[in-house]
Design a protein around this ligand. Structure first.
Ligand SMILES: [Zn+2]
Length: 113
């Protein structure tokens, strides 16, 4: 499953970060998930709970921040947040847009002790 391999690499980078910072445990993990990233938040949560036991994250809270798609329209030069999966500018309906956010998933914040 896609989410399982994501969580594996997420936990790997948590371990690395903890090592660098001389931490003995991680208390909070915050990730950002773009709505276009293809990652299912619920599955990610389940995968995290499944794999965290054996790791430095076993007591960590897992916070998921859902990031909507943010675009910049090249025609009217307006930045917008898309409500629907329609790839055009809400203001002028142009499809000449650049996607600025909401396409990927990454680790935003770690709290450790
Ligand atoms: Zn526009």
């Amino acid at each position: 499953m896609h989410e399982y391999s994501i969580v594996q690499s997420l936990l790997d980078s948590c371990e690395e970060n903890a090592k660098v910072n001389d931490a003995t445990k991680i208390t909070k993990v915050v990730v950002k998930i773009g709505v276009m990233s293809g990652v299912e938040p619920e599955l990610l949560q389940t995968a995290f709970d499944t794999f965290k036991e054996e790791t430095i994250c076993h007591e960590a809270k897992f916070i998921l921040n859902i990031q909507k798609v943010i675009i910049n329209c090249s025609d009217c030069n307006t930045k917008s947040e898309l409500e629907k999966n329609e790839y055009c500018c809400p203001k002028c309906q142009s499809t000449n847009i650049e996607i600025l956010d909401g396409e990927e998933m990454f680790l935003m914040q770690l709290e450790m002790e």
